[in-house]
Design a protein around this ligand. Structure first.
Ligand SMILES: C[S@@+](CC[C@H](N)C(=O)[O-])C[C@H]1O[C@@H](n2cnc3c(N)ncnc32)[C@H](O)[C@@H]1O
Length: 249
């Protein structure tokens, strides 16, 4: 995979953000170019080749834009030979708390709203409906432990057997990288206009045990790129059925 290809993918994924203003455009470019999560999700082929997506805490929906751009390039024959086919997004619902992010996202997807729908809501209370893939990227740490668990159980209930849940967490057992990660998280959240947040973090072992208990089979991989962070990607596949205690919750 070449740098030239990544530049074309970045251009394709961010062009639409010009309609949302300078901040939206430059933020999208910075995030998609600077965070290896997005290209790793494609390179690793964690998603099915087609499906309905639910992105919880979607921000200005750069992940949705990235997926649609990837598929467009693939369909034009512009795709790395050593990357798996990117998913065909049959529908994507993004849920986000912040009105400004929603406005920036909607400016991009206005013309494409049959595929992508961005709704304002609190994922602690929103009905998740059904989806083949659920993503929660860098959001769970803002939500208290009891609500985190409730969200994860509802994510499981929203997925079919074999459905995929993808999230990124900070591993609270990782020492200094974890503390750097937390400090950056505080600073960024404050700059984005929130009050200084309390963060609710768990070790990788605790996240894995919780997801396993709910009824997922979990794979994990470090996902901080070259940054000194403790970010970890979790790819969790829903087992055949919710376990009895999960079903009763
Ligand atoms: C660090 S940003 C990540 C945004 C997006 N997932 C991405 O990867 O670009 C965290 C986002 O989660 C949103 N968020 C936090 N708590 C939320 C909640 N309870 N319901 C909906 N969105 C929430 C924030 O407003 C913010 O946009």
């Amino acid at each position: 995979m070449s740098q030239a290809f990544l530049s074309r993918l970045l251009d394709e994924a961010t062009r639409g953000y010009r309609a949302g203003g300078r901040f939206a455009y430059h933020f999208a470019r910075g995030k998609l170019a600077g965070d290896n999560l997005f290209r790793e999700l494609l390179r690793r082929g964690v998603f099915p080749t087609r499906g309905h997506f639910l992105d919880l805490g979607c921000g200005q929906a750069v992940f949705a834009s990235w997926l649609l751009a990837a598929r467009r390039l693939f369909e034009h024959g512009d795709w790395p030979a050593d990357w798996p086919e990117p998913p065909r997004v049959l529908g994507l619902r993004g849920v986000e708390l912040m009105a400004k992010d929603i406005a920036r996202a909607r400016a991009v997807f206005a013309a494409d709203d049959a595929t992508v729908r961005i709704v304002q809501g609190d994922i602690c209370a929103t009905d998740f409906g059904r989806a083949d893939v659920v993503t929660i990227l860098d959001v769970l740490q803002y939500i208290d432990f009891a609500r985190q668990e409730d969200i994860l159980r509802r994510v499981h209930a929203a997925l079919p057997a074999g459905g995929v849940f993808v999230t990124r967490i900070g591993d609270a057992d990782a020492g200094l990288p974890f503390h750097i990660c937390n400090w950056v998280d505080h600073a960024v959240t404050f700059v984005r206009g929130h009050r200084l947040p309390q963060l609710y973090t768990r070790s990788l072992g605790e996240w894995t045990a919780l997801l396993d208990d709910i009824g997922f089979a979990v794979d994990s991989a470090p996902m901080s790129g070259r940054k000194p962070f403790a970010n970890t990607l979790l790819v969790a596949r829903a087992l055949r059925a919710a376990r009895p205690e999960a079903a009763a919750a």
